[in-house]
Design a binder for this molecule. Structure first.
Ligand SMILES: [Zn+2]
Length: 192
């Protein structure tokens, strides 16, 4: 029994890795796994091995019963130890924005527009330095910054300079900014 389980999980793992970026259906995965327990095996790949297999819970474009593995990199173990609720809370608190470079989840990355921004949860004080998994020590960070690739230490823009930049921007860009602020602070907009 145990061997069959490992076998179907391995078949699914191979299939996902051979089809990175392709949307797969539950019928296809059931056939590949050769077991009615295929959905449980997929969950194990995600929860125990850390493969970032997306479903319509993660991506609105995916239909129910569709699965997508975006890349072959399993999520680091420390990140798996953070609960879904905490992840959701931190992402929401940080406005789905990388706290280092300001990239927004799902949008083209400002330093590498060929990539869609993918956010991770990072520790502010590293665990090796005694940092905890408490939300107060967590922040949203994009994969580019996570790998140290953006190589920018952005200081927060000074309000005066920021306003000057905004006033000089095109109307279209100002409206885009308004749109973004409205989405970020819906309550404030209502109060205006
Ligand atoms: Zn970033």
């Amino acid at each position: 029994m145990a061997r069959t389980q490992t076998g179907s999980r391995a078949k699914l793992r191979t299939h996902f890795l051979e089809n990175i970026g392709k949307v797969m259906t539950s019928d296809e995965l059931r056939k590949v796994a050769g077991t009615s327990e295929w959905a449980r095996r997929v969950r194990e790949l995600r929860d125990e091995e850390g493969y970032q297999i997306l479903t319509n819970h993660d991506r609105a474009e995916l239909k129910i019963g569709e699965y997508l593995l975006e890349n072959d990199k399993p999520q680091p173990a420390f990140e798996r130890s953070i609960s879904k609720e905490t992840r959701a809370y931190v992402l929401d608190r940080n406005g789905f924005t990388c706290q280092m470079c300001g990239a927004v989840a799902g949008e083209p990355h400002p330093y590498d527009p060929t990539k869609k921004t993918r956010l991770h949860i990072g520790h502010i004080i590293d665990k090796s330095m005694g940092g905890t998994d408490d939300p107060s020590n967590l922040r949203a960070i994009c994969s580019v910054c996570n790998e140290g690739a953006s190589n920018v230490t952005l200081t927060r823009p000074d309000l005066q300079k920021l306003l000057i930049q905004v006033r000089r921007a095109t109307i279209a860009d100002q409206l885009e900014l308004l749109n973004w602020l409205a989405k970020k602070f819906p309550q404030k907009i209502k109060e205006l």
